[in-house]
Write a protein that binds this ligand. Structure first.
Ligand SMILES: Cc1ncc(C[n+]2csc(CCOP(=O)(O)OP(=O)(O)O)c2C)c(N)n1
Ligand code: SF4
Ligand SMILES: [Mg+2]
Length: 311
């Protein structure tokens, strides 16, 4: 079965279809927030009408990168920090696919930070989930770009001297058109946010707070969380860039003090995606590039049918 043409029919989709037949038991530590990402993703995909055959998950390296092994879909476990360029290429070749890139805070905001910035700037149509546990989990707890100032680790035994990056603000400044933060401790909200991110046309960035009880004992700081859309204390327009910017800045400030604000922070539905911009200047055909690899006799639906179905 070709990765370009394995297209499911219109039908009821059971979330268990996304559970692989081999290696179904995650090797994440008990209590790891990564379970929350897997669970909410498995719930969200059928609810947006996607089958495993219509989904491509591209991951980086880290505990988070293991997500590929536990979700039955097309998958590509790339190298450290490089999930986004692979995801971009796949989406450009076959825009009918639901393309999800995922990786850790070290992977996406550190070594892959350049790709993050430019994929957001170019507004590539995909969902990008960053498992933000504020440390390098897989390599046993080193300081990461989101570790709070003063955080002690093996690499910074006296405490990090540096302020963490501001992932939401960075995303907005770079050009992402959907920006949200959710947390593994809030699976219902996480599912809804992932659905919105997948349905969004453009680069949808979800900063997903995932506790690491093994190497980051401060994980308890993620509880309780506040949903900014549900709370009466916050009133801002997610479509207004300046209001979103101010809300993100506050959100990033208060996280250091242990107040976890989650929800949608910025949504721009009007900005054309990279593909649309390229088509507008005649640099990209209307038909999926993947279509060129089809033989007229193929029994499966063709990739432009998939594109029509999900447009
Ligand atoms: C080029 C390269 N440098 C370093 C590593 C070692 N390495 C593997 S995972 C990782 C960090 C993982 O942290 P993060 O991205 O936050 O993911 P987590 O494990 O926390 O989910 C590092 C430094 C590597 N695999 N490749
Ligand atoms: S080391 Fe941390 S991030 Fe990795 S699986 Fe264990 S709890 Fe999760
Ligand atoms: Mg991490």
């Amino acid at each position: 079965m070709s990765a370009f043409n394995a297209i499911g029919e219109e039908r009821e989709i059971d979330r268990e279809e996304f559970t692989p037949g081999i290696e179904p038991q995650p090797t994440w530590c008990p209590g790891c927030g990564d379970f929350g990402v897997l669970k909410s993703l498995k719930q969200a995909l059928p609810e947006v009408g996607r089958t495993p055959e219509e989904t491509l998950l591209v991951t980086g390296i880290g505990c988070s990168g293991k997500l590929n092994s536990y979700l039955d879909s097309y998958g590509f476990h790339t190298i450290h920090g490089r999930s986004l360029p692979v995801a971009r290429a796949a989406k450009l070749a076959n825009p009918g696919l639901e393309v999800i890139a995922a990786g850790g805070d070290g992977d996406g905001y550190g070594i892959g930070g350049n790709h993050f910035m430019h994929t957001a700037r170019e507004n590539h149509d995909m969902t990008y989930i960053v498992f933000n546990n504020e440390i390098f989990g897989l390599t046993k707890g080193q300081t990461s770009p989101t570790s709070p100032k003063g955080h002690k680790s093996k690499t910074q035994p006296s405490g990090s001297a540096k302020d963490p990056i501001r992932p939401l603000s960075l995303s907005l400044t770079s050009g992402a058109s959907y920006i949200a933060r959710t947390a593994a401790v809030n699976p219902n909200q996480a599912k809804e946010i992932l659905k919105e991110a997948m349905e969004h046309d453009g680069f949808a960035h979800v900063d997903f707070l995932t506790q690491c009880p093994t190497w980051n004992k401060d994980a308890k700081q993620y509880v309780p969380y506040i949903d900014v859309q549900e709370s009466d204390d916050y009133d801002f327009d997610v479509h207004d860039r300046q209001e979103a910017q101010e809300m993100m800045y506050e959100t990033e400030n208060v996280l250091k003090e242990g107040t976890v604000l989650t929800g949608r922070f910025y949504v721009d539905e009007d900005r054309p995606s990279y593909q649309e911009e390229k088509q507008a200047i005649g640099e990209m055909p209307e038909e999926p590039l993947a279509e060129r690899y089809f033989d007229d006799d193929y029994e499966w639906e063709r990739s432009y049918d998939l594109l029509d179905r999900h447009r």
